[in-house]
Design a protein around this ligand. Structure first.
Ligand code: SF4
Length: 369
């Protein structure tokens, strides 16, 4: 697995979330084939024994994606992970991803145990948006509706009117804009700028970034496109604007999957975490997927788009937490009711959109409250 040695400069947080260098150091070694098979077998048994279900993000190790699917769990983006965990009957959710995903599951399912193979796995967007500073920012702009990306702490969500994922951000902000609301957006600056461009909303953005998507390079991507003139380019909107401008389709991980399914092309260049490439190649084996470049010719690694925190999740850690019950996700009880409200609002909005029902009554005036 190629390593991207980027030290994330913000200080560690109180919960012990680790910076990128420390995260890479904790990436579990690849198990040998016999060990991998034994671990999978042990996990299958433990899932049944503990009445547990796996919920894995598209960016985690292929083993954790395949096992989730094979055992009746879910492999998806953070929007569907939240919905699936809330609605599933299992008493224990095992979330393979990063901490905000485990926290969201805990907030939505207070009666369930939520376990994570790597509890310290965080996200540069979450680290880059401390709740106190963000709350002060909101206080300076009380006339704005606060919309935060799911990649934030429970405390930041508790300060928000809406939580969104990249799968529904455009629809929700478009509805708020149509309702005449001004937006305070956090934390991803590229996604915020993309939403602003697409919707025309009056949007004031926090300036965070995803350390993975921020690395994609437009100049290098153009060179790769010249090498593959028939390839279609699929880009996640956490990428810089110059990269988004080169895309044939822009969207969340689920939208990228859908675009690859729907487009006639047989070759695609994909600008998102390389974890999604496993899913794309599994579902569409007759198509070719190429990783978008994150570095120039002189670099040792041309495409290092992999999240160090997602990489901390592994089979051995998952088996261990299922067996011991360690690594249970906790959220400060006082935050849960307030943080749940904007997440439930998002789930209700997206459920209405999906069913074709009206979303008009789901957009209350909140910003000035
Ligand atoms: S890929 Fe980016 S947005 Fe996703 S968890 Fe990692 S740092 Fe956060």
């Amino acid at each position: 697995m190629p390593l991207m040695d980027v030290e994330y400069q913000l200080p560690l947080d109180a919960k012990g979330a680790c910076a990128t260098r420390h995260a890479w150091a904790r990436v579990p070694p690849e198990p040998a084939p016999a060990e991998r098979a034994a671990l999978k077998e042990r996990i299958r048994g433990l899932l049944k024994q503990k009445n547990a279900v796996m919920v894995s993000h598209f960016y985690v190790h292929p083993d954790l994606q395949d096992l989730a699917e094979e055992t009746g769990g879910l492999v998806s983006d953070s929007l569907e992970m939240a919905r699936f965990g809330r609605d599933h009957a299992a008493r224990t959710l095992v979330v393979s991803g990063v901490r905000f995903m485990g926290e969201t599951a805990r907030i939505l399912s207070p009666g369930k145990t939520v376990l994570m193979p790597a509890l310290e796995a965080t996200c540069s967007l979450d680290l880059g948006c401390p709740a106190d500073a963000f709350s002060a920012f909101c206080d300076q702009h009380p006339e704005r509706t606060v919309v935060v990306y799911a990649n934030t702490s429970a405390a930041v969500k508790a300060r928000a009117d809406w939580v969104v994922t990249s799968g529904c951000a455009l629809d929700i902000v478009r509805a708020l804009h149509a309702d005449g609301q001004k937006i305070l957006w956090a934390p991803d600056r590229h996604l915020g700028a993309y939403i602003q461009r697409e919707t025309g909303a009056d949007l004031l953005a926090w300036q965070g970034a995803c350390i993975v998507h921020d690395e994609f390079k437009a100049f290098e991507l153009e060179a790769l496109m010249r090498e593959h003139p028939h390839a279609r380019v699929l880009v996640h909107p956490e990428s810089p604007a110059e990269v988004v401008a080169l895309a044939h389709a822009v969207g969340s991980t689920s939208a990228i999957l859908q675009a690859a399914r729907d487009m006639q092309a047989s070759e695609f260049i994909v600008a998102t975490d390389m974890g999604l490439l496993h899913r794309l190649r599994t579902l569409l084996p007759h198509k070719r997927f190429i990783e978008a470049p994150t570095a120039g010719n002189s670099a040792t690694c041309k495409s290092c788009a992999h999240c160090p925190w997602m990489a901390m999740n592994g089979l051995a850690g998952l088996a261990e937490v299922l067996e011991s019950g360690r690594n249970a996700v906790e959220v400060e009880p006082g935050l849960i009711p307030r943080a749940r409200q904007p997440i439930e609002r998002m789930l209700a909005f997206t459920a209405a959109l999906r069913s074709g029902a009206s979303t008009a009554g789901l957009v209350p005036q909140l910003g000035a409250a």
